[in-house]
Design a protein around this ligand. Sequence first.
Ligand code: GDP
Length: 317
Amino acid sequence: MASPTETTATAIQLIIPDEKNTGFSLNPKISAQVKDLDRMLKAKIAIICVAGAFRKGKSFLLNFFLRYLTALVSGNTEDWINSDDHHRSGFHWKSGSKRDTTGILLWSQPFFIRKPDGQEVAVLLMDTQGTFDHQTTQQDCTTIFAFSTLLSSVQIFNLSQNISEADLQNLRLFVEFAALAKSSEGKALQHLWFLIRDWQFPDEHQYGEEGGSEYLSTVLDCSADRPQENKELREGIKKHFEKASCYLLPHPGKAVRDSKFTGDVQRLETEFVEEIESFVEKIAAPENITVKKVNGNELSGSELIDFMEVYFEAFSS
Ligand code: GDP
């Protein structure tokens, strides 16, 4: 049976495009829309975000996080992947090519998870507008990607088939921005995951994290014969993120090409389901949750709200 929070939670806009589409503003009603606000303000925070071009399965992935976190909160994660279908009420996603997410979306229900050391963490899920898609200007794209990365403790850069030079170049402005946000205490940014959908070369690098790690080393290799500026970009990624990882996912199977497909797990390829399960747990299992840190200090919910305002001001000016 669905709990009350499951039925009433929804995706809310964290930043909203201006009427004239010239930029964004921070949603002033965000605190009023987040559920269990008082509890969240006191807890430590973890934010899992997914960014990347539109129609590449970001919301689809976030629905698996919703499903897992809901199972964790209910105390039973056995067979969570097949648990109550969140895909119908979760982050809005559908087949086709029309974009339906704008700005940055936050799931209104924080998930209160106890880490093995007893610490309670409020886990928040974030979805982004189709960053790097053809309708988004470079400025908007940088704002969304940079702001969501600064806020998150885990940023998942969702990519199709491989990490292209263009994908890395999209990080350039952002990495330069991160250099400005860097404090003397440590790295400004936490964990960056490159998630490669529809990986086609499992013979070269197998699906999962290990294969992803081998692949990422080849992509971020600075000794290779590359122009100096591309080397600097790669150095920047290594320098500003505490950790950069990569995960290779197989194709989910032909069900996703069906316009009537609503996310039924039974219709997905078993190998895909197993890998998604492992990826989600790698990030959201209690022992793996990364608490948001700024200048080396773990953030509470109330500090997050202050931090959000300060950083957003910095972007807008
Ligand atoms: P978003 O715009 O990035 O949030 O994309 P959606 O989550 O709305 O997904 C867009 C389409 O891609 C839907 O039809 C999904 O069924 C499909 N999809 C989801 N995951 C994958 C994947 O790993 N590979 C492929 N090829 N399609 C996927």
